[in-house]
Design a protein around this ligand. Structure first.
Ligand code: SAM
Length: 332
């Protein structure tokens, strides 16, 4: 099998980024992310084992994928995640390993993650107010997240990246408080538009606040200076307040989609390959893997998923629910 030249889809997008969900379990129940009714948890045998995930990751890297994000559910609740990250990091050809976490377990895990070779961490945090945090997530654990952020910083993670999903009427009054964190801390604060995902979650259109309105509100506080787009930059538009140690960014999957630059595939914890976050299309890679398939057959399925990537999602034309799974079960 050839390596290094990334596979392209039919729209000439190079697919270089694989997002691996390693568990569907989460230690929080964010009201907009979890299904309304009790979560139907995957049975353990249905979740890909680490050696299976590694084999698929190795094939992905040999197909030219250079960046892997480990997510969930909450990835830090899966035992052995540190060893798994170290093994991913050791794959020949891999350039970047990242992890997305709610931060609740970071205080106890940060040093081990650093030792495992992880250098890029995204922490999801939607409010700085303890009571609100408990209402949004169903758990009173904001203090643990703060401790986790500080411990991660002390362990060496830099920049600390905090992702905040902005929900109109729920936490949009905290935009400025979050943005101010970037003034005294060398942190990257990212504001994300709320996305209609998961038919069974409490998604409501009125929660959606477009990035343009977030920016307008922040400009009332002070001038926002746009920062240049970096090499291998993600989809965030980046800004800073003059003199700030850190920066803020905006991610607008709905109001200004960035599908034309989409370079990713997602693998769910139960081994389904998803060509697009917003679609219901999935390919059963686990079934193929466990049927004893050779590497070439698995690569064929990766290629098939790549060819199924749509030109773009249609969410800003039609806010109906396009995908059944919740974000927690896809792996955000
Ligand atoms: N547990 C980890 C965490 O909290 O970062 C990883 C999984 S979580 C599903 C990943 C991210 O998806 C979180 O930042 C969460 O806020 C975000 N998310 C979930 N549902 C979303 C939605 N409908 N729109 C936008 N972001 C969403």
């Amino acid at each position: 099998m050839q390596s290094e030249i990334p596979v392209q889809d039919v729209y000439c997008r190079q697919i270089t980024y694989l997002r691996l969900s390693i568990t569907d379990r989460c230690n929080l129940r964010c009201f907009y992310c979890s299904p309304v009714h009790d979560l139907v948890k995957l049975l353990h045998p249905d979740i890909l084992r680490y050696e299976e995930l590694l084999r698929l990751a190795r094939l992905g890297v040999r197909m030219g994928m250079t960046k892997i994000r480990v997510t969930g559910g909450e990835p830090l609740i899966r035992l052995g995640v540190e060893n798994f990250l170290a093994a991913l990091k050791a794959l020949p050809g891999i350039q970047e390993i990242c992890l997305t976490t709610n931060g609740v377990l970071l205080a106890e895990k940060a040093a081990g993650l650093w030792q495992a070779g992880l250098r890029r961490l995204n922490i999801s945090l939607d409010t700085l107010r303890p009571e609100r945090y408990a209402r949004i997530t169903g758990s009173d654990r904001l203090a643990e997240v703060w401790q986790g952020i500080r411990t991660a910083e002390a362990a060496g993670f830099a920049p600390i990246k905090i992702n905040c999903v902005v929900l109109r009427g729920i936490n949009d009054d905290e935009l400025l408080d979050f943005a101010k964190l970037s003034i005294d801390n060398p942190w990257h604060i990212r504001f994300l538009e709320f996305m209609p995902i998961g038919r069974s979650s409490r998604w409501r259109q009125e929660y959606y606040l477009p990035v343009a309105q977030m920016q307008e509100r922040l400009r009332q506080f002070g001038p926002l200076e746009e920062l240049p787009v970096g090499v291998n930059a993600g989809p965030a538009q980046r800004f800073h307040f003059p003199g700030a140690k850190g920066e803020i960014g905006f991610i607008s999957p709905i109001s200004q989609h960035f599908c034309q630059n989409c370079n990713r595939l997602r693998l769910t914890a139960d081994g389904r390959l998803r060509p697009c976050l917003f679609g219901d299309e999935e390919l059963d890679l686990k079934g193929l893997l466990r049927s004893g398939a050779e590497d070439d057959a698995l690569v064929d399925m990766f290629n098939k998923a790549i060819l199924l990537k749509p030109a773009r999602h249609r969410l800003n034309q039609n806010f109906s629910f396009p995908c059944a799974r919740s974000m927690a079960s896809i792996g955000g």
